[in-house]
Design a protein around this ligand. Structure first.
Ligand SMILES: [Mn+2]
Length: 401
């Protein structure tokens, strides 16, 4: 079985007032070409099709036309498309019936009582188990065990079984996602991939925009084909599509990637960290005129320095005659920048590392990132609170509560 794995298109994204439609059309064009040359048995779209739960009509039309183009590129190919946290699960399933005629499977929900409905058979090749994003608490150990049982009952044990999901997995590289502000982080919305069980030969994931393979090569986030934000172009972030091939149940999946070059690259000035206003404007003046980039300016402010009152004019003058477009200013106080490395440690931490870090260190890093200075007094107060929390917990355990 050969599949192309993609996710996190975020169609209709309002990007600092710019219309990303040309970027999305270019992405769909590249995917169409890839399907024509690879002729996969299935295309997997692992959630976050749209950027919002109520996409505009023109965006919905673009989605329908895109899916038709992808289908026509190789009509024998099945398409399995699940909803993500950005999509509306109900809206996702509205046209499920007509789509199914074209071997396009739109799955927005999963029901414990009819799990077999989410198992898509790829004729003579294998199965795809489609699990859309859900924040329902019923997705506990029992759910995955029940799902595995249903999969075993409905498959032959010879052909490969692929799991498709849209979820945050523990111990992944969350670079580009604001882990301290995103609700799903911190263990609350994180799934331990072990819970899924060993039935699946390849776990095709969406949600995390940084492409990465884990679980000894059996699980992969394909990543967003286009950078969705300016933090997704730093530190070796790659964007594109994943091609996976596997012959029999138990085989190792063979994974390849196809890079996608965005027609409007996202550019940070400076490329890493922050720089003072004059130096940022200089770099902007020297920016190659022929690159139609969206640009973020990362400005460092010292002491009580303010941004210049005519900043917009200076930016426009620096960009004069260039194809690059100014998207946003990202200023930071020196205090924050100086301690950014501290917060940076937190940002690049795996979930495992984060859980091993002392609560005080986590709080201090967070406070410093927010520009709040932690004094000895605060440390003392925090330790007092922590002590009483620990004490209460111990007492609970002793009394069996
Ligand atoms: Mn996403």
């Amino acid at each position: 079985m050969k599949i192309i794995h993609t996710s996190d298109w975020h169609l209709g994204q309002n990007f600092y007032g710019f219309d990303r439609r040309p970027d999305h059309e270019h992405m769909i064009g590249a995917l169409t070409d890839l399907i024509i040359s690879e002729k996969p048995d299935a295309l997997i779209v692992a959630g976050d099709i749209y950027d919002t739960q109520t996409p505009g009509l023109a965006v919905q039309k673009m989605f329908v036309e895109s899916m038709m183009a992808l289908h026509k590129a190789h009509p024998a190919m099945a398409i399995v498309c699940i909803s993500g946290n950005h999509d509306s699960a109900s809206r996702h399933e509205i046209h499920q019936t007509p789509w199914s005629v074209l071997n396009v499977h739109m799955l927005g929900k999963i029901d414990s009582d009819s799990l077999q409905d989410n198992i898509v058979q790829i004729e003579d090749k294998g199965w795809i188990v489609a699990v859309p994003y859900t924040n329902d608490r019923f997705l506990d150990d029992e759910f995955y065990r029940k799902l595995q049982e249903t999969v075993t009952e409905n498959t032959d044990g010879l052909k490969p079984v692929i799991y498709v999901g849209h979820a945050a997995m523990k111990d992944c590289d969350f670079t580009g996602h604001d882990i301290l502000n995103d609700r799903f982080i911190g263990g609350i919305e994180c799934t331990d991939i072990i819970e899924l069980g060993d039935t699946y030969d390849y776990i095709a994931l969406g949600h995390i925009h940084k492409a990465q393979t884990f679980k000894s090569g059996r699980a992969r986030y394909c990543g967003s084909p286009l950078p969705v934000g300016f933090d997704e172009v730093r530190r070796g972030y790659e964007h594109g599509f994943t091609i996976m091939e596997i012959t029999a149940h138990g085989d190792m999946p063979q994974i390849r990637t196809k890079d996608l070059e965005s027609i409007h690259p996202l550019v940070n000035i400076p490329a890493e960290g922050h720089a003072e206003w004059a130096s940022v404007i200089d770099e902007l003046k020297n920016f190659p005129p022929e690159i139609p980039a969206y640009i973020r300016l990362n400005v460092l402010l010292k002491d009580d320095q303010m941004l210049p009152y005519d900043k917009e004019n200076q930016i426009m003058a620096a960009l004069h005659g260039k194809q690059g477009r100014y998207a946003m200013l990202n200023p930071t106080r020196e205090q924050t920048a100086r301690t950014e490395n501290h917060g940076g440690i937190l940002k690049s931490m795996s979930m495992e590392e984060l859980l091993k870090t002392s609560p005080l260190t986590v709080l201090q890093s967070y406070a410093e990132m927010e520009g709040f200075i932690f004094t000895e007094n605060h440390v003392e107060m925090f330790n007092e609170v922590l002590e009483s929390v620990n004490k209460a917990e111990n007492e609970d355990q002793e009394t069996g509560n």
